[in-house]
Design a protein around this ligand. Sequence first.
Ligand code: FMN
Length: 394
Amino acid sequence: MNIALGITGSIAAYKSLGLIRLLRKSGAEVKVVLTKSASHFVTPLSCQTLSANEVYIDQFLLTKGMKHLTLSAWADVLVVAPATANIIGKAACGIGDDLLSTALLSFQKPVLFVPAMDSDMWANEIVRENVNKLRQTGFHILEPSFGALASGKIGKGRFPSVTIIQKKILVLYEKHKPLDLMRFLVSGGRTEEDIDPVRVITNRSSGRMARELLYAITCRAGIVKGVIGGVTVDFPEDMDITYTRTSGEMLEGLKENLSWCDCLIMAAAVGDYRPEKKKTRKIHDRAFSLNLEKNQDLLKKLIRVKSSPLVVGFSLEDSLLLARGKKKLTSKKCDMIILNSYSAMAGETTYAKILKKDGKVISFGEVTKWQLANRILDECIRALGKRRKKRKYK
Ligand SMILES: Cc1cc2nc3c(=O)[nH]c(=O)nc-3n(C[C@H](O)[C@H](O)[C@H](O)COP(=O)(O)O)c2cc1C
């Protein structure tokens, strides 16, 4: 994947150095175009060193070829991150008065703008009009985050995390279908069940599958809420996530949002067993035995609620036993079950099968959880069919 990265004169420009590193770590080749203003914020030397490529600033240098055209032919995606109000305005008006704005005029493949600015600038009516014009023309916009700004204010205008920018670029490069504001409720991570006030029974789930689902849904223009238990991977700060600990708390969090969603994806590793009795005081005995009972089944409890959404369950099985998966599919009234191998637990990749209500089975070799998340979402688009509620961008 070849990425042309335009950096413009925002105080957030230093963060795009982290983006260059992340893109290269994920295997992409990066060439940086700096505007004159941007070079006040980051040096060409830093960009050149981190990208391991020539940095482009001046359109009229006496080198062979027209840089805006050669860059356009080379890159798969052109990303402007951070994008100032100025470059957004120039692109919306078709102005090409430097290398980056001229490259934007000639580029025929996907273009992603990642605006970053003060909240008053972002709220400015002309900036809003320019952003809408770009969106309507087919440019992609990753909205800025809400939070603390360089001015000291709290508001919308923050540069989003570099991970979400990298995932958005992947969605454009891999040409994933948009989810058209479809609403997803995703559970993830592990639950804990108390033995006494300080000790718990839990499992080794990392939460990575749910995190990749949250990223994929957001970057494919869906709306997502997460109900997440214990995790060992970082979750994005600016997503709608309710953190829970026990299976009871997770059930409550899911119930609250069930009627809101079009699709429920249960990627959480809910403990199968819990102590029969929770001790109210810390256990100090030299030895003790613990009786476990079957834990509550969240899916069975949830689907009793009226007007169920599309339901996607997960099942961790040794050697991906189809028979057990099929039994779960019917007993839990799921539309789809994702069979995962043990290696999925806390791992970055998995061997998986998707079992569908109509009896079809889709098998994968080893896939990353990002790839699996996107395959699940493709199946959700298909399965939702007429149930799918199309909502227009506001
Ligand atoms: C310290 C400082 C910080 C700035 N931060 C931003 C910013 O975050 N977003 C923005 O749109 N403009 C910001 N500006 C204004 C732009 O740098 C200015 O509009 C410039 O002309 C943009 O040029 P460019 O789009 O060609 O890079 C900032 C200016 C200064 C002096």
